[in-house]
Design a protein around this ligand. Structure first.
Ligand code: ADP
Length: 179
């Protein structure tokens, strides 16, 4: 599924984000930037040791914030590491922190003149965020950003890891467009 907002094309696809050829891919990192499982592990395995070296130098990243490193051996030139919230019961600023993770990633991308970016579904794996709610926050945040900011971003992709996740994001995007 694909829509155009101002001069940015937003698309939802199924795939492995480590294969993306966008200028930057976003990593769902942990606050120690220590590497881990899920998409984080996949990015470090595919990107090689340069990425973790830079992460060590940076030292850490608070929840809701983002930092940038090289893309190492990846096709992407940069990896933007952002830290989404661990979902408990929805009463611990989870929504605000998840939105902030997307927004800070985009602000960082814009500051580097990045023209294309790929996001995974942040926080919906090990961090347990219910994907229905998370997809609404993710899509509303990036759409709001594109609408209100003059950005060099031409391509924005969500790379979902399963058919089921892709379907959820597609349904959410359809309902957002209808409003
Ligand atoms: P978090 O800790 O933020 O929840 P996870 O990596 O556990 O991060 O999961 C986030 C999402 O990324 C999940 O939907 C998971 O299925 C997905 N994912 C895992 N590996 C990849 C990959 N290689 N490419 C894209 N998405 C991935």
């Amino acid at each position: 599924m694909e829509i155009k907002i101002n001069s940015t094309t937003l698309s939802l696809i199924k795939g492995d984000i480590t294969n993306e050829d966008t200028d930057a891919i976003v990593n769902a990192a942990n606050s120690r930037l220590a590497g881990g499982g899920g998409v984080d592990g996949a990015i470090h395995r595919a990107g090689g040791p340069k990425i973790i070296d830079e992460c060590r130098k940076i030292g850490g990243c608070p929840t809701g914030s983002a930092v940038i490193t090289t893309g190492g051996n990846l096709k992407a030139k940069y990896v933007i590491h952002t830290v989404g919230p661990v979902y408990r019961d929805g009463k611990n600023r989870e929504a605000e922190l998840l939105s902030s993770a997307y927004r800070k990633s985009l602000e960082l991308a814009a500051s580097k003149e990045i023209k294309s970016i790929a996001f995974p579904s942040i926080s919906t794996g090990a961090y347990g965020y219910p994907i229905n709610e998370a997809s609404e926050i993710a899509l509303n945040t990036v759409i709001e950003f594109i609408k209100t900011t003059v950005v060099p971003l031409q391509i924005m992709r969500f790379v979902l890891f399963s058919d089921k996740d892709l379907k959820v994001y597609e349904e959410t995007l359809r309902s957002i467009i209808k409003k």
